[in-house]
Design a protein around this ligand. Structure first.
Ligand code: NAD
Ligand code: TYD
Length: 336
C-alpha cells in the first residue's frame, strides 16, 4: 500500500507521516511538499532514512508534479495549504491558489488514477463563529476570513468530486491543533517561544476568544482511523473537547514556564476575529474513535518540547528573514 501525503513537511502532515510509518509497517509514504516558509525538512529528520519514505519537492497546483507523486498510490491525504489566518488578512492570493486550485488539481488526478480513498483535511473554521452550542457536520458553512473561505472552497470541491464523479472522498474538520513542530506564528508556539525570551505576548482584543484545542497526535490518529473506517462522501468533525479562552492558554503557558504575567500585552484585535469555535464530534465518536491526550498533560509536554528543542525554532525565528519580516508587519505597530 502506498499513500500520498501532501504538505507532509508541515506541522500536522509531519506528525501524520511519522504515525503511518510507525503504525503501518507495510505502507510506503510519498510526501509532496512545496516547502513554503511553513514546510521544513527537519520536521521529519528522524524518518528521512526510512526506505519506505520518499519526499518530493513540488506544488499541488502543478498537475505534472501531482501526477508524478500520485501515480502508484492507492490513498491520499491532503494537508497542503496556506494555514495562517493573520497572513490571509495581509493577502489572500496564495490561499486561493493552494487551498482551492491546488485541491482541484489533486482531485482531478485522484479521479484519473482511480484512488481508493482521498482525505481532504478541512477545518472547523469553515463553520464560522458560534456563540453557544456546537457545530455538527450538517451545520451551514459560514467562513468569515480569507483563510476559512478558501478552505471551505477546497472542502466543497472535494465533496463535489464525490457527488459528481464518485471519487471516494472523506472530509475532516478539526479544531485547533497543538503539539511539537508547529510553526511559531500560531498562538501556542509563538507565545511559548516569546515567553522563553522574555518578549511580549501579543494577545488580541480582550483575550476571551475561545478555541477548542486538539493534540496533533489525536488529530492524526483520527485521520488514519477515518482512512480505514470512514464512509466516502462523508464529513467528520474532529474535536479535542477542550474549549479555552486565549487568556487561559496564555496564563497556562506562563505558569508552566515560570514567567511573569506582565509579559501579556493586549494588542489591537484581528479584524473579523471569530469569537468561538465549537464542534460536536459525536459522529466520529459513534464509530468508536476517542482522543487520548489529556489537555493538561498535552500542553505541559508541548511547552517542554519547545523548551528542549531550541535547535528547531531558534534559527527559524532569528535567521529566517521571512519570519522576521512577517513578525514586523504583523506586530510592529501593534506592539509599538
Ligand atoms: P502548516 O502551515 O504547518 O503546513 C502546511 C504545509 O503545506 C507545509 O509543509 C507547506 O510547505 C505545504 N504547502 C503549502 N502550500 C503548498 C503547495 N502549494 N503545494 C505543496 N505543499 C504546500 O499547516 P498545518 O497546521 O500542518 O495544517 C495542515 C492542514 O490541516 C491544513 O490543510 C490546515 O488547513 C488543516 N488544519 C489545521 C489546523 C491547525 O490547527 N493547525 C486545524 C484544522 C485543520
Ligand atoms: P491561531 O493560532 O492563529 O489560530 P486560529 O486563528 O486559526 O484559531 O490563533 C488562536 C487564537 O489566538 C485566535 O483567537 C487568535 C489568538 N491570537 C492572539 O491573541 N495573538 C496572536 O499573536 C496570535 C497568533 C493568535
Amino acid at each position: 500500500m502506498r499513500i500520498l501525503v501532501t504538505g507532509g513537511c508541515g506541522f500536522i502532515g509531519s506528525s501524520f507521516v511519522r504515525l503511518v510509518l510507525a503504525e503501518r509497517p507495510d505502507w510506503e509514504v510519498v510526501n509532496l511538499d512545496k516547502l513554503t516558509y511553513a514546510g521544513r525538512l527537519e520536521n521529519l529528520r528522524d524518518v528521512e532514512a526510512d526506505p519506505r519514505y520518499r519526499v518530493l519537492r513540488g506544488d499541488i497546483c502543478d498537475p505534472e508534479a501531482v501526477h508524478d507523486a500520485m501515480v502508484g498510490c492507492t490513498l491520499a491525504v491532503n494537508f497542503a495549504a496556506e494555514t495562517h489566518v493573520d497572513r490571509s488578512l495581509l493577502g489572500a492570493a496564495h490561499f486561493i491558489d493552494t487551498d482551492i486550485k491546488g485541491v482541484l488539481v489533486l482531485l482531478e488526478e485522484a479521479r484519473r488514477l482511480g484512488l481508493a480513498r482521498f482525505v481532504q483535511i478541512s477545518t472547523d473554521e469553515v463553520y464560522g463563529s458560534i456563540e453557544s452550542g456546537s457545530f455538527t457536520e450538517t451545520s451551514l458553512l459560514n467562513p468569515r476570513n480569507p483563510y476559512s473561505a478558501s478552505k471551505a472552497g477546497g472542502d466543497r470541491l472535494a465533496y463535489a468530486y464525490w457527488s459528481t464523479y464518485g471519487v471516494p472522498v472523506i472530509i475532516t474538520r478539526a479544531s485547533n491543533n497543538y503539539g511539537p513542530y508547529q510553526y511559531p506564528e500560531k498562538l501556542i508556539p509563538l507565545f511559548v517561544t516569546n515567553a522563553l525570551r522574555g518578549q511580549a505576548l501579543p494577545l488580541y482584543g480582550d483575550g476571551r476568544n475561545v478555541r477548542d484545542w486538539l493534540h496533533v497526535s489525536d488529530h492524526c490518529r483520527a485521520i488514519l482511523f477515518l482512512l480505514e473506517h470512514g464512509t466516502p462522501g462523508e464529513v467528520y468533525n474532529v474535536a479535542g473537547d477542550n474549549e479555552r479562552e486565549n487568556i487561559e492558554i496564555t496564563r497556562k503557558i506562563l505558569h508552566l514556564l515560570g514567567r511573569p504575567e506582565s509579559l501579556i500585552t493586549p494588542v489591537q484585535d484581528r479584524v473579523g476575529h471569530d469569537r468561538r469555535y465549537s464542534l460536536d464530534a459525536s459522529k466520529l465518536g459513534g464509530l468508536g474513535f476517542r482522543p487520548r491526550v489529556d489537555f493538561e498533560q498535552g500542553i505541559a509536554e508541548t511547552v517542554r518540547w519547545y523548551v528542549e528543542n531550541e535547535w528547531w525554532w531558534k534559527p527559524l525565528k532569528d535567521h529566517d528573514g521571512e519570519f522576521r519580516r512577517y513578525y514586523e508587519q504583523q506586530y510592529g505597530e501593534r506592539l509599538g
